[in-house]
Design a protein around this ligand. Structure first.
Ligand SMILES: Cc1ncc(COP(=O)(O)O)c(C=O)c1O
Ligand SMILES: Nc1c(O)cccc1C(=O)C[C@H](N)C(=O)O
Length: 417
């Protein structure tokens, strides 16, 4: 047992020894708030406001239309994509930024179905796939986790309807086992938005490869929190938002990853002029651009892209492995503080207590959770409530301290005491 004074000493010594502690200065934070909602909307990195103001006054105000090419606006989706790439373990040229996560899910899922269905050539798994089930006329289903974030389920349903696939919902833990020769596409969240459970994507990727199914991973709750390693996993497609751990700001554009060797065959359904091989030829016929540009649709959200571009500078020199180590240590410490300080039985942790099995958040079930979160927020501890009974606390390792974890647990104990 440790008491509050032991925990305070421990938090201080952990903060003093934290190799990432200096990164907090890269953010403009309210000193009176412990911000545990960076898994919904990341904090504001320093420099973003000034850069956006400069783009508005100079690039838009003075350079005007010349900025599309003169100031690099046109190529920003790929350039910013290449800045996200190392954070998710992708080599350059495979990530494009633009549109919302929902829209990118739609592009990826329909594109995945077209890759997987037999009239579109061999399955991406190649020889391994053809021995383990291979391309067959019986690929009829799109698998999705049954507790997925709502938009993923809704978009999967639209994509299934459009491609003639049948949507099958199975628990996330059973996704890999559910993959079979009938599976065309699997949509999986690497980290569950509610419980924070980390899915074994490597196992899922192996099962999909063996069966010739195409994987679309939603990285919203894992990118920037842990090493995803998309290239190493060998998954085909991925999407994610940039306003959580990547701190791109409200409405920041999402991103789409298309594995390099599949780009020439990737046919996403939204044939907009920014995905055209020669957009300014203004031709009637659509001819898809090569490479990752094929993931683009229409005019990019330049002001948001610029904000994201600058926000990503907060990652300069940061190793994602170090972020993961701190994330586990911070969340472990928070759980210990909750155990020590919160009255027994007042909360139940629904997040795996084993660090390696969770993302960077802790969800605690508790009676009257919505009111409890409102009171916490009132007292400067910002997390969120997710129905029916969850207090959700996200730990963004770039700007949170062990002292913040302790303060959050202390205030929680007061509210529940
Ligand atoms: C797993 C997941 N997918 C998608 C989204 C959001 O999609 P969009 O950016 O289109 O609102 C979120 C969060 O809002 C999410 O947590
Ligand atoms: N995307 C959001 C939004 O547009 C409004 C409010 C919250 C969000 C979120 O990101 C929610 C978040 N994905 C979640 O996991 O609950």
């Amino acid at each position: 047992m440790s008491d509050l004074s032991d925990l305070t000493t421990e938090a201080a010594s952990r903060d003093a020894a934290d190799p990432l502690a200096h990164l907090r200065d890269r953010f403009d934070l309210d000193p009176d708030v412990v911000y545990l909602d960076g898994n919904s909307l990341g904090a504001l990195p320093r420099g973003v406001a000034e850069r956006v103001a400069e783009v508005i006054t100079k690039e838009w105000g003075r350079d005007l239309i010349r900025s599309w090419f003169g100031n690099g606006w046109w190529t920003a989706p790929e350039r910013v994509g290449d800045k996200i790439a190392p954070i998710i373990g992708a080599a350059p040229g495979q990530v494009v930024v633009g549109d919302s996560t929902s829209v990118n899910l739609f592009k990826a899922l329909v594109g995945a179905a077209r890759l997987a269905l037999p009239d579109d050539g061999p399955p991406p798994g190649g020889a391994e796939a053809s021995t383990g089930g291979g391309a067959s006329n019986a690929r009829t289903e799109l698998l999705v986790d049954d507790e997925t974030f709502p938009t993923d389920g809704y978009i999967a349903s639209s994509a299934a309807e459009l491609t003639g696939l049948v949507l099958r919902r199975v628990p996330a833990a059973g996704l890999a086992a559910a993959i079979g020769p009938q599976t065309a596409v699997v949509l999986a969240n690497q980290v569950d938005y509610r419980s924070g459970t980390l899915l074994d994507l490597a196992e899922l990727a192996r099962a999909a490869r063996a069966a010739g199914a195409v994987v679309v991973a939603d990285l919203c709750h894992s990118a920037g929190a842990l090493p995803v390693g998309v290239d190493a996993l060998g998954i085909e497609l991925a999407v994610g938002c940039s306003y959580k751990y990547l701190n791109g700001g409200p409405g920041a554009p999402a991103y789409l990853y298309v594995r390099a060797d599949l780009q020439s065959r990737f046919r996403q359904p939204l044939s907009g002029w920014h995905g055209h091989v020669e957009p300014f030829a203004m031709r009637t016929e659509f001819e898809r651009a090569g490479g990752i540009v094929a993931g683009r649709v229409g005019t990019p959200e330049i002001l948001s892209l610029v904000a994201l571009d600058t926000a990503l500078d907060a990652w300069a020199g940061v190793e994602i492995e170090a972020v993961r180590a701190k994330s586990i240590a911070l969340t472990d410490f928070f759980l210990r503080c909750v155990d020590e300080l919160v009255p027994a039985g007042a909360v139940a942790c629904v997040t795996p207590v084993e660090g390696a099995r969770r993302g960077s958040q802790i969800a605690l079930a508790c009676a009257d959770a919505e009111r409890v979160m409102a009171e916490l927020t009132e007292r400067g501890i910002i997390g969120d409530f997710r129905p029916p009974d969850l207090l959700r606390f996200g730990f963004a390792p770039l700007y949170l301290r062990y002292a913040d974890a302790l303060r959050a647990a202390t205030v929680l104990a007061e509210v529940l005491g």
